[in-house]
Design a protein around this ligand. Structure first.
Ligand SMILES: [Zn+2]
Length: 202
């Protein structure tokens, strides 16, 4: 396989990039000074080396524990559960929520082979359980389930709720101000803020 094919194949794996676009990008890079491709390659390597998941909430970070978990001004008794780390940015932009997060790492989707063991539910239970050492010794009083308002998102919220039930912690679900079938990541701040303030107990 040629170098051109190699790069085009890798680029075509990215979301929203088809084979045609991948080839166009490859030829574009070939026309640029070699330094530009080197900077891109370095940025990709650095990304893979430095970025990892927060030991507590599974947010993306370059440190052991992310900046949100380390922030003493955040309310550690509130945990907002989201599907992906990218959802945190969406909720943060809304500016309504001052608690901590927990990233599940996906949603239950039997068709895609994603089951409960693929999500970070066990780690969430450890954080919530007041007797648990890894919880940081701070009592969690409410868990807000902010999975997407899709079928899988709802099923995931229901599953997490049943897992949390024995701990006795209050569990709420964000209200349906969000469009059904939509992605939290792309919702505007006002919609997310309303959805969080109008959350309901589960
Ligand atoms: Zn964190």
């Amino acid at each position: 396989m040629s170098a051109i094919d190699d790069l085009a194949t890798e680029l075509a794996r990215l979301p929203g990039i088809g084979r045609k676009t991948a080839l166009r990008l490859t030829y574009y890079l070939l026309r640029q000074p070699p330094e530009q491709s080197k900077r891109l390659a370095n940025a990709l390597v650095t990304l893979g080396e430095r970025v990892r998941t927060c030991a507590r909430c599974f947010n993306l970070t370059e440190d052991e524990v992310c900046s949100i978990c380390r922030d003493p001004r955040r309310d550690a008794s509130l945990i907002c559960v989201v599907e992906q780390a990218s959802d945190i940015g969406a909720v943060e932009r809304a500016g309504e929520f001052k608690g901590l997060y927990h990233v599940l790492g996906g949603r239950l989707s039997p068709l895609d082979g994603v089951g409960p063991a693929d999500l970070t539910v066990e780690a969430l239970l450890t954080r919530v359980n007041p007797g648990g050492e890894a919880g940081g010794g701070i009592g969690v009083r409410e868990v807000i389930l902010a999975t997407n308002p899709s079928l899988e998102g709802e099923a995931t919220a229901l599953y997490v709720q049943t897992q949390l039930a024995p701990t006795g912690v209050a569990v709420s679900r964000i209200a349906r101000g969000l469009p059904v079938g939509g992605d939290l990541e792309y919702a505007d701040g006002v919609t997310i803020a309303q959805a969080i303030s109008a959350r309901r107990a589960m």
